[in-house]
Design a binder for this molecule. Sequence first.
Ligand code: PGA
Length: 256
Amino acid sequence: MNPIRKPIIAGNWKMYKTVTDGLALVTALKKELIGVNHADVEVVVCPPFTALYATGTMLQGSSIKLGAQNVHWEKEGAFTGEVAAPMLKESGVNYVIVGHSERRQYFGETNEGVNKRAKAALASGIRPIICVGETLAEREGGHTEKVLETQVRGSLAGLSKDHMAETIIAYEPVWAIGTGKTATTAQAQDTHAFIRGLLGKMFDETVARRARIQYGGSVKPSNARELMSQPDVDGALVGGASLEARSFADIIKNSI
Ligand code: PGA
């Protein structure tokens, strides 16, 4: 954690929670956070598309922000099943996850597509959370840095320095997602520092110093504090542990 970068804890609900479930979860989360001063930590929840609008209504007047889990790159059009950035914006969305490893793995998303989605989000005033991460085979084969460099360069291609001020990077080692295996704090710190160094080369030192890089992959209340204490870890993208108000609130509390 670094004083110039406000940590951001985002809950990725994935394909969980109906509208009713989502409303119950944010109601419980707001209750858990009563009396907790999290002004120094940004909190975001990312429900499925169907629950976005209702959840956003429930979040009005609170400091919890709303995120979506994907966005198409066109403003509108004949793209059955897709959702455009202006639609998200009007639904109250502030952030959108793009390039999550599940999207890359199961839906064939490429760095080029992730890049287009991120640009579309930025054009609508939505902050993209761009996910990158290596598989276990890639880490064990010693290819982590090469894989991440390709993903970061491809996903951020053509973004301006101003865009970078609005962009979050989530480092999520694929082998740590939903597996209960967390990267060690040293692995997380080293990899975050590598990504930050890369941003320095691609943009400049100011961009690198200001960029928020979240860690994701089996973040829980029990490991949040140690991960967040690392100098280059600026928050967490939380899956499983964000589906329950108490555990998500505990992660927030342990990140303050
Ligand atoms: P997890 O998921 O916390 O359940 O490992 C993280 C993510 O996929 O963003």
